[in-house]
Design a protein around this ligand. Structure first.
Ligand SMILES: *Cc1c(COP(=O)(O)O)cnc(C)c1O
Length: 422
């Protein structure tokens, strides 16, 4: 769909007036006097999440240990329950998703489940534009197998800010034991074609997993249809569940029989967990990949936050996200490109190829983002030259987008950024 935008403030106001998700903004706690455009790093607090967290704290207060079985949502299967609730966001069967651990821990757990170097197939394929924690985890997984990451971790080089699927596929050789990729690049916001990559990996007999931190909650996923083997993602970016909140994992049901690589008592077959037997038997569901007691207080906000996302609907969220990021790109092109502004869009212009943020590039990105901060605008700076701006469908407005573009113009016109040190 082609959107028709104009540069005047009235256009922003009309877009807001016609926004079917406009009412969701009032369900969030918006920091005062702030334009918050950083929901791709830490989503804002939904009131519903505050409510579910307070309910659980109250259960602890009033029920003590009985909360495990008598809480409104018994803590005993909180991880499985939240997984069920989140499954539709990623196109999974409810049994295939669990809320557990953290992103990096879940990555370790699933990579250790799927990475079994054997014969010629000893290597893991990733890419140089990965979020670094993924690379660190893959390196240590390779070392744990007694192998050297310098030889066994293969990183697909980028083409500028982006990755080319065709090139990734060229690297899917018969030496690869596993492919582990991001769904979306955390800097440029490029969304990879997960369906295509999965199909090509499987054609070559290689299992494939995705780190979807930068897309779940902004973009619909169809893991089952695509046949993805496993995935991990956090809950605190586009899912708005709080700093360091419990993360998610997905494991395709065809792999439920696989031995989890990292085991712990919470992955035990639920009905028999309290038999306390010494022989481990994992639940044949995503819950089987849990290790420890559910971190209930870090999971409780997810319940309320998911309700807001599900109520808005992931397709409507995606629709607005595309429209509002397209609007931002339009304004940058119209008002901020060329002398003296010289801002550039570092995000794919084809909306199908981007996630929920826009990377605005400028040689003075750091000082400009500092100047924005003094004007109450929260974005994040990624060295050397990127200002990441995430106009989030659930709580940002078109007018906020219009406003920050005016601010950027003024910051350059008045050389305001020069007040800040490099
Ligand atoms: C945010 C993010 C993480 C964070 O990992 P934690 O273990 O939650 O700190 C990991 N991977 C990607 C791609 C991310 O964007």
């Amino acid at each position: 769909m082609k959107h028709i935008f104009t540069i005047d403030e009235d256009c922003a106001k009309q877009l807001d007036a016609k926004d079917p998700l406009a009412n969701f903004r009032s369900r969030f706690c918006i920091p005062v006097n702030t334009i918050y455009l950083d929901g791709n790093s830490l989503g804002l607090l939904p009131m519903d999440a505050e409510e579910s967290l307070l309910r659980v704290i109250n259960e602890w207060k009033t029920l003590g240990i009985q909360g495990w079985f008598e809480g409104e949502r018994p803590w005993w299967h909180f991880g499985e329950d939240l997984g069920e609730k989140a499954a539709s966001l990623v196109g999974a069967d409810p049994s295939e998703v669990a809320a557990t651990g953290t992103t990096t821990v879940n990555l370790h757990s699933l990579v250790s489940t799927f990475y079994h170097p054997n014969g010629k197939r000893t290597k893991i394929l990733a890419d140089t534009l990965d979020f670094p924690t993924d690379i660190y985890a893959l390196q240590s997984q390779i070392k744990l197998k007694g192998l050297n990451p310098d030889q066994h971790l293969v990183l697909v080089p980028p083409n500028g800010r982006f990755l080319e699927e065709k090139k990734i596929i060229d690297y899917m050789t018969d030496e690869m034991a596993l492919v582990m990729l991001p769904s979306a690049l955390y800097r440029s916001g490029q969304l990879l074609d997960m369906a295509y990559l999965t199909e090509e990996a499987h054609e070559r007999g290689i299992p494939i997993g995705f780190d979807c931190c930068h897309s779940v909650g902004a973009v619909p996923h169809y893991f089952d249809d695509w046949g993805v083997d496993f995935a991990v993602w956090c809950s605190y970016k586009y899912l708005n569940s709080g700093p360091g909140g419990t993360a998610f994992l997905y494991i395709n049901k065809k792999h439920f029989h696989k031995e989890p690589g990292l085991t712990g008592w919470f992955g035990y077959v639920k009905e028999k967990q309290f038999d306390m037997l010494l022989e481990f038997e994992h639940a044949k569901s995503a819950g089987g990949w849990q290790m420890s007691s559910s971190n209930i207080l870090c999971s409780a906000p997810i319940e309320g936050a998911l309700e807001v996302t599900l109520e808005a609907g992931i397709h409507r969220i995606r629709e607005k996200s595309i429209k509002i990021t397209s609007y931002l790109i339009f304004l940058i092109d119209q008002l901020l490109s060329g002398d003296p502004y010289n801002f550039e869009v570092g995000t794919p212009r084809n909306p199908d190829r981007r996630t929920g943020h826009v990377a605005i590039e400028h040689d003075e990105a750091f000082r400009i983002s500092e100047a924005l901060k003094t004007r109450g605008v929260i974005t994040d700076f990624r060295p050397p030259n990127i200002i990441r701006v995430a106009p989030v469908a659930l709580y940002n407005t078109y007018h906020e987008v219009w406003q920050i573009v005016q601010f950027l113009q003024e910051i350059i016109d008045q050389q305001e950024y020069q007040k800040f040190s490099k």
